[in-house]
Design a protein around this ligand. Structure first.
Ligand code: CO
Ligand code: CO
Length: 313
C-alpha cells in the first residue's frame, strides 16, 4: 500500500523524508540512508553516517526522535573491534542530536555498510518541502561543497591531511542549527545537498516549485583547497552522472566545465539549500550566524522559468 488519507509526503515526490500525520496532528517523519566507507577512520565514518542520516529529518524542518542502526559487515574479513569504533562514532553523533538509538539489524556482507533509519517529528507549520520556492526568493547554502571529490581523493591517496580534516568536519557537522533557523524565520522551500550534488538537488526543488534559478558561481562556498584538487583529481562516477542529468537544464555559456563538475559533485552530509523570501533574508542570515552554520551564503535566486532552467553567471 502506498497511499493513505494521513500520508502527507510519500514515494511519489522527491522530498527528503516520508511524512505521515499522527492522530494529534503532529507530523511523523521517516527516512533511511546507509553507505560504504567514505573516509579511512572507522570512528569518523560512523559519525558521518549518523550525521548524514539525521540530515533528511532536519531538511524537513523536523527534530530527530529515534534511530535504528543498519550494519553490513564482513564477518571473516574485518575485526568486530573496528565495527565497535564505527558504532561509537554513530552513537556520539546521535547523542549530540538528542536522538535515541532503539534498535537495528546487521548482516554478513563482503563490503562494509553503515547507516540509520531515523524517525522525527515536526509541526505542520514548520514542515519544509522541496516545493514552494517563489520567484525572487534568495537561495541560501549552509555548508561548503567538495566532500565527494575529497572522498574520492582519499581512496586514491591524493588528498592532503588538511583537506581530509576539513571534509570530515563538514560532513560530521549536523544541520540542526539550519533546521532551527528555518523553524524560527521560515522558508518557502528547502532540501539538503547530498548525492545528487548542489545542481541536482536544486533541480529537484525547481521541478517541484515550477521555477528556475540563477546561481552566482563565485558565491558558492567551497571547502578550502578544493579548486587545486579538482584540477588534478578524478571526479566520482556519481558526480559525473549528476552533471550529465542536469546539463540539459543549464544555461552556462562561457562557464568552465570544471566549475560545473564541482557544482554537481555528489555530497555526503552536505548543507541545507533554502529558498528564502527577500523580506526574511536578513533575519535568516542573522539566525544562521547565531547557529554558527559552516556557511551562510546567498548563492543566487529563484527566477520565473517554466523549463526549470539553472542560469549560471
Ligand atoms: Co535529503
Ligand atoms: Co537521503
Amino acid at each position: 500500500m502506498t497511499s493513505h488519507p494521513d500520508l502527507v509526503v510519500g514515494l511519489d515526490l522527491s522530498d527528503d523524508a516520508g511524512v505521515f500525520r499522527l492522530p494529534d496532528g503532529t507530523l511523523f517523519l521517516q527516512t533511511v540512508d546507509f553507505f560504504t566507507p567514505v573516509v579511512d577512520s572507522p570512528f569518523d565514518w560512523g559519525r558521518i553516517a549518523a550525521s548524514n542520516s539525521l540530515s533528511d529529518i532536519y531538511a524537513m524542518g523536523g527534530r530527530p526522535l529515534t534511530a535504528m542502526q543498519l550494519i553490513g559487515w564482513p564477518r571473516d574479513g574485518l575485526s568486530f573491534d573496528v565495527l565497535g569504533e564505527v558504532i561509537d562514532g554513530g552513537i556520539r553523533v546521535l547523542e549530540e542530536a538528542g536522538c535515541t538509538l532503539i534498535g537495528g539489524h546487521s548482516i554478513d556482507d563482503p563490503e562494509p555498510k553503515y547507516g540509520f533509519s531515523v524517525t522525527g517529528l515536526v509541526q505542520e507549520e514548520d514542515l519544509v518541502r522541496n516545493q514552494g520556492a517563489q520567484v525572487g526568493d534568495a537561495l541560501v547554502l549552509t555548508k561548503p561543497i567538495g566532500t565527494g571529490l575529497i572522498a574520492t581523493a582519499v581512496k586514491a591517496g591524493t588528498a592532503s591531511e588538511r583537506l581530509v580534516a576539513d571534509a570530515i568536519e563538514t560532513m560530521v557537522t549536523l544541520n540542526d542549527g539550519a533546521a532551527r533557523a528555518m523553524n524560527r524565520i521560515g522558508v518557502h522551500a528547502g532540501t539538503d545537498v547530498t548525492g545528487f550534488g548542489l545542481l541536482g538537488h536544486l533541480s529537484e526543488m525547481l521541478a517541484a516549485s515550477h521555477a528556475g534559478a540563477r546561481i552566482e558561481i563565485d558565491a558558492v562556498p567551497l571547502i578550502d583547497g578544493l579548486l587545486p584538487l579538482a584540477e588534478t583529481a578524478s571526479f566520482p562516477g556519481g558526480s559525473v552522472r549528476n552533471l550529465a542529468s542536469v546539463r540539459p537544464l543549464l544555461v552556462a555559456d562561457g562557464i568552465d566545465d570544471l566549475m560545473l563538475r564541482i557544482l554537481a559533485d555528489a555530497q555526503t552530509s552536505g548543507g541545507m539549500l533554502m529558498a528564502v523570501a527577500p523580506s526574511c533574508l536578513d533575519d535568516m542570515l542573522e539566525a544562521l550566524a547565531e547557529e554558527r552554520t559552516l556557511a551562510a551564503s546567498v548563492i543566487g535566486e529563484i527566477i520565473a522559468d517554466d523549463c526549470c532552467s539553472i542560469v549560471l553567471t
